[in-house]
Write a protein that binds this ligand. Structure first.
Ligand SMILES: Cc1cc2nc3c(=O)[nH]c(=O)nc-3n(C[C@H](O)[C@H](O)[C@H](O)COP(=O)(O)OP(=O)(O)OC[C@H]3O[C@@H](n4cnc5c(N)ncnc54)[C@H](O)[C@@H]3O)c2cc1C
Length: 500
């Protein structure tokens, strides 16, 4: 490409997300099936309205939990019979591990899976999962197995990978470079733990450099082609490239389970990780949870806090007096919600994600892999999950293809334009999927779920930070210096509740 054109193209790519740049007429066509868009991006505007309302209801509680993602509900589960109230902005719990609902069928619109847990992982989450009937201990290989075996994805059907429309076996094929990479990583096997707060002190220095620097220091092949493959995997799990994420995060990705020594179970229900949220939620008292309630102001009052929330449905202002707070909502809005609290999270960088569920009753013939990875897209499209490989029991004949986009933080403000460009987004997703499955797909509906502050990128010096203690105000959630993983979210909720 001519240099001038290249620069122009790069500038366009950087300045706007794909749905605002694509000129391809195919992707502009409107679709004959309904497309709905869900996003909490507009909730900030509700606050303006809330401020003008008079207090309609008053409540008192010992602990207020802000946010009903995995961290928030894990905190609620830990508080058990104690007096607490959990407020969640969305109309459902689970946050980035929640599901959409189509004709009574729950389908993941965020996190999709987890892997079996080695015996050396942190006991708090393992105990909770055992008590919830999610896992059981297997002495013969010192690991925890999932009990609902129907949701295990068979090893032979786990993934396929496409590069520029061509099928290849794995994201990182077996080459001399990949062999060297595995050799360099081998000493860390068994030492990379979840939750990361239990990481052995002697390897914590790996959090201070980027994964890219670590790879360079270890003389790992610097060929951009090879490094792109590593970047794909970092984006997929962490929302950032190897130049953005820490070496610890990068090494953790490859060595946090005994992949080289034994088969590691992969668990993926059609509702994704809402499966885990459901198990926790089933044991909570429903009267202690208020959905569609936005916490918009917190101030100190005596030894406790005075909290203002908006009941979005009733358009009413709720005032809550609480002795303590577990703040499990994303932290980017903390300075506005709790201006008296000196936020220790101002340097967090969040990757926005967009998930596109395409529903069809027709089950394509040549599908057959759970994860279908797509390398080298310019749009942030990383691939799709095919529900035909998941347990069919609850699917009522519905077939769901879930496309994933990891977007750039600088494009966050343009997420508000998704609604206006929903046809283009779905068409682009269908174009990618069709290029991989090479057969017609006839959707009967599509859902787009937009998450502006979806994934905190584990940049250097992000893990292992110590935060000043604030009286009876505990933080939880993966954006408190954790890797963006289910295990970390739940552990952070348990620990926040325990340390009140
Ligand atoms: C697209 C995607 C795919 C992923 N896939 C996987 C995967 O397959 N496996 C895995 O282990 N991890 C995965 N992750 C990561 C994992 O899902 C998350 O790290 C985890 O669910 C985060 O939980 P959380 O409770 O920390 O935060 P969140 O899920 O972000 O929950 C925060 C909650 O707080 C609520 N909230 C925020 N502010 C307020 C307020 N002011 N008032 C009331 N409520 C508020 C929000 O609505 C939200 O429900 C994925 C993440 C994304 C984005």
């Amino acid at each position: 490409m001519e240099r001038r054109k290249f620069i122009k193209k790069t500038a366009i790519t950087l300045s706007a997300p794909f749905w605002l740049t694509s000129c391809d007429t195919d992707v502009l066509n409107s679709n004959p099936f309904p497309i709905s868009v869900s996003s909490l991006a507009k909730s900030g505007h509700l606050i303006k309205n809330a401020l003008s309302l008079k207090v309609s209801k008053k409540r008192q509680t010992e602990t207020l939990i802000v946010g009903g993602g995995l961290a928030g509900i894990a905190a609620a589960h830990t508080l058990n019979n104690k007096d607490y109230l959990l407020l969640e902005l969305d109309d459902r719990y689970g946050g980035s591990s929640s599901a959409s609902n189509y004709q009574g069928v729950a389908l993941s619109r965020g996190a999709h899976y987890d892997l079996a847990y080695p015996g050396y992982y942190g006991v708090e989450v393992l105990k909770m999962f055992e008590q919830l009937g999610i896992i059981e201990y297997q002495g013969w290989n010192d690991s925890w197995s999932f009990k609902d075996r129907q949701h295990l994805i068979p090893a032979a059907r786990r993934q396929q990978c496409f590069q520029k429309g061509k099928l290849r076996k794995a994201v990182i094929p077996k080459t001399e470079a990949s062999h060297k990479l595995m050799e360099v990583l081998r000493p860390f096997e068994g030492r990379m733990i979840l939750p990361t707060r239990l990481t052995p002190v002697d390897i914590q220095y790996l959090d201070q450099m980027t994964f890219d620097t670590f790879l360079n220091d270890q003389n790992i092949d610097a060929d951009p082609y090879f490094r792109n493959l590593i970047d794909y995997q970092m984006l997929d799990d962490y929302g950032g490239t190897s130049q953005q994420v820490s070496a610890l995060a990068g090494i953790h990705y490859y060595t946090c389970r005994p992949y080289q020594k034994q088969h590691v179970e992969l668990f993926s229900a059609p509702e994704g990780n809402q499966y885990f949220a459901n198990k926790i939620h089933q044991q909570l008292s429903s009267h202690k949870i208020l959905n569609q309630h936005l916490v918009y102001h917190i101030e100190k009052q005596g030894a406790g806090y005075l909290v203002n929330a908006l009941d979005i449905i009733q358009n009413q202002r709720l005032e809550i007096q609480t002795d303590a707070i577990v703040y499990a909502g994303q932290k980017h809005s903390l300075p506005y919600i709790a201006p008296e609290i000196d936020s220790p999270f101002n340097e967090n960088i969040y990757a926005p994600w967009m998930v596109v569920n395409i529903l069809t009753k027709q089950k394509p013939n040549n599908f057959g892999f759970w994860q279908n990875e797509y390398l080298d897209s310019e749009s942030g499209f990383l691939g799709f999950i095919d529900s035909s490989v998941q347990y069919q029991g609850n699917l009522k004949g519905i077939h769901c293809l879930t496309g994933y986009y990891c977007l750039k933080p600088e494009h966050r403000s343009q997420l508000l334009t998704v609604e206006d460009h929903k046809d283009r987004i779905v068409n682009e997703t269908l174009t990618y999927i069709r290029s991989m499955v090479k057969e017609p797909i006839n959707p009967e509906a599509a859902f787009i779920h937009v998450m502006g502050h979806a994934m905190p990128i584990p940049t250097p010096n992000y893990l292992f930070k110590t935060y000043p203690e604030i009286g009876n105000f505990n933080f939880s959630g993966v954006d408190t210096g954790k890797l963006p993983l289910l295990f970390e979210a739940i552990d952070s909720g348990i620990m926040a509740a325990k340390s009140l």
